[in-house]
Design a protein around this ligand. Structure first.
Ligand code: PLP
Length: 303
């Protein structure tokens, strides 16, 4: 689904490195590592009723990604929380907010790849916007299988949540040309990995299936769904899944912070039956909704 400009975000303030800027002034240098090489890590977070959902998971994943990329000055949990609080306060934001949290390696003294050219410290960006889940979770979405394969650890480990998103963007371009909502990406062996922006699940004969997190981001929504399924005593299997199995699933759905839980109605022209005889998806969706409204790190009190 193509997102539209939301006029509520016309005058938002964005935190960059150590202070807030109006969105028209919110910029990084041409010497910044994100411009030079996509050398940055990021997280997408949601704020529900003043609370950041799965906050510790997101901050830990960002810090782990930065450690893998050998960033030398990774901001602390407290610094990140304070930067988010300042941003939400400045924007009067409390609910239905999405945050794109980025940590770049910072500015370089001259253009070039070498991280030793970065002498000015890393740069944290908190871009908070009023944004509802970006997919139509009532109608669902359609997928086409992209010929672009998802990165695996032999090339670029998908466990690093980095800003070098061209692998996913190439797949998304394929989906756009094919008139599909999103692209389904396969791993190097031809098994399903994830979509260009979300993890993927299928339900078959009252069991829940998802691929190993070898060639996909180990998503935090994925982790929450797996935990909810365990609580609800839904049999769950994590294994290689082929396209044929996806085409013949009772229900397929995607998971991610941006869109939450989204049913898939069609893959490569094959309609997914969305078999009404299983209520697993409804049970998990309702439990997830409840979780987002009850869990989370309090960042800001009611405005
Ligand atoms: C490629 C990819 N897969 C899956 C996800 C979903 O991850 P999460 O549930 O942590 O938002 C994301 C989110 O950024 C992503 O970029």
């Amino acid at each position: 689904m193509l997102q539209a400009y939301n006029p509520q975000n016309k005058d938002i303030q964005v935190f960059i490195k150590d202070r807030l800027y109006h969105r028209s002034e919110a910029k990084v240098s041409v010497f910044d590592s994100s411009v030079q090489g996509g050398d940055a890590v990021w997280e997408g977070l949601r704020i529900y009723n003043g609370k950041a959902f799965a906050f510790t998971d997101h901050v830990s994943r960002m810090q782990a990604s930065a450690k893998t990329l050998a960033f030398t000055d990774i901001p602390s949990f407290e610094f990140i929380k304070e930067a988010i609080k300042k941003t939400l306060e400045a924007n009067g934001m409390y609910h239905n907010v999405h945050i794109r949290l980025t940590l770049t390696r910072g500015e370089k003294i001259t253009s070039g790849m070498d991280p030793r050219l970065n002498t000015m410290g890393s740069c944290l960006i908190v871009l908070a916007e009023f944004k509802a889940p970006v997919f139509d979770n009532e109608k669902g979405t359609t997928l086409i299988t992209a010929h672009t394969r998802r990165n695996n650890p032999a090339f670029l480990d998908s466990k690093i949540h980095h800003n070098n998103l061209l692998n996913n963007i190439l797949a998304k371009i394929e989906a756009n040309y094919a008139g599909a909502g999103e692209a389904l990406m396969l791993d190097i062996n031809g098994f399903v990995s994830e979509t260009n922006s979300c993890n993927i699940f299928m339900i078959k004969d009252d069991a829940l299936y998802t691929p190993h997190a070898d060639a996909c981001l180990p998503g935090i929504t994925r982790k929450k769904v797996l935990a909810l399924a365990a609580n609800l005593q839904i049999p769950t299997v994590i294994r290689n899944i082929s396209l044929s199995e996806m085409y013949n699933a009772d229900i397929v759905f995607t998971t991610g912070t941006m869109g939450e839980l989204t049913p898939v109605t069609m893959i490569d022209g094959r309609s997914i039956t969305n078999n009404a005889s299983t209520n697993i998806f409804t049970r998990i969706s309702e439990a997830y909704k409840m979780l987002t409204l009850t869990e989370g790190e309090t960042i800001i009190e009611q405005v």
